[in-house]
Design a protein around this ligand. Structure first.
Ligand code: MN
Length: 259
């Protein structure tokens, strides 16, 4: 008996649907903007090497310029100082690149308040309806923020007080890091932390606490509204950049349409 054959048949028949959660990568892809005096990453750019011309008569190719944390991407533990002894992106085990995922939909709350923060009570309330967070799986936070990904200004939503985008509270980040065995968190915003998280305790708690606990982050996801709350398999494909702190990643969701 083949374990894979029924799976392949279900993919071919559409009983298993493949949803691409990845944002297209272009020079317009929003990139995190840190204030002075911090250094920032470059926008994604293509530099043409040749295009069926005297630089290469039969072939077209580009060099790419990108940050590790550009567009839909995967944060490795070593990205944060609290995870400095943890895994780099090339050290993430391949078996962890396929993992269950659940979607917590707080898009209505985020529409009402761009500074919405997911709390422990919110997660516990979700668990009361849907069951426990998946062991070794992703918590994907739906906020509806992917609707703005084509417009960097709207997406980053910055005013004189800072960036106003939804996320996860410091207490909830600590609880997820210390009291759950999730693989990591995935969000629709430019980073895993809320826009105002520089002022939280600790600053950037999702980065500090989750990466510090050896967990992972996924950002700039799209189309989470097409996923059921539970039962999804998430495939992430970051590049194995040796020593890298993260990587742009293709992220796919497999959804069972017969469930
Ligand atoms: Mn990142």
């Amino acid at each position: 008996m083949s374990a894979l054959a029924p799976f392949v048949r279900a993919l071919a028949s559409g009983d298993i649907d493949v949803i691409d959660l990845t944002a297209p990568l272009t020079s317009e892809t929003p990139v995190l903007q840190l204030p002075e005096p911090f250094a920032n990453t470059v926008p994604f750019t293509l530099r043409e090497v040749s295009r069926y011309d005297d630089r290469g008569p039969a072939w077209y190719w580009n060099d790419i310029h990108t940050g590790e944390h550009t567009g839909t991407h995967f944060d490795a533990p070593v990205h944060w100082v609290t995870g400095a002894e943890g895994r780099d992106i090339a050290q993430v085990p391949a078996t962890e690149l396929l993992a269950p995922g659940v979607v917590l939909d707080f898009s209505a709350q985020s529409a009402a308040d761009p500074d919405f923060l997911l709390s422990v009570d919110d997660v516990r309330g979700w668990e009361a309806t849907h069951g426990p967070l998946p062991s070794g799986g992703w918590l994907l936070l739906r906020t509806g923020w992917d609707a703005y990904a084509h417009d960097a200004e709207r997406y980053l939503n910055t005013d004189e007080t800072g960036s106003h985008t939804p996320g996860i509270s410091g207490d909830c980040a600590r609880w997820l890091a210390e009291e759950t065995d999730i693989l990591g968190i995935g969000v629709e915003t430019v980073g895993t932390d809320a826009g105002m998280a520089a002022g939280f305790t600790p600053p950037f708690p999702c980065h500090a606490l989750l990466l510090g606990a050896g967990k992972y982050g996924l950002t700039q996801l799209q189309r989470l509204e097409r996923l059921p709350a539970t039962g999804t398999l998430i495939i992430t494909a970051p590049l194995p950049i040796v020593g890298g702190s993260g990587s742009p990643a293709r992220v796919l969701a497999l959804v069972d349409r017969t469930a």
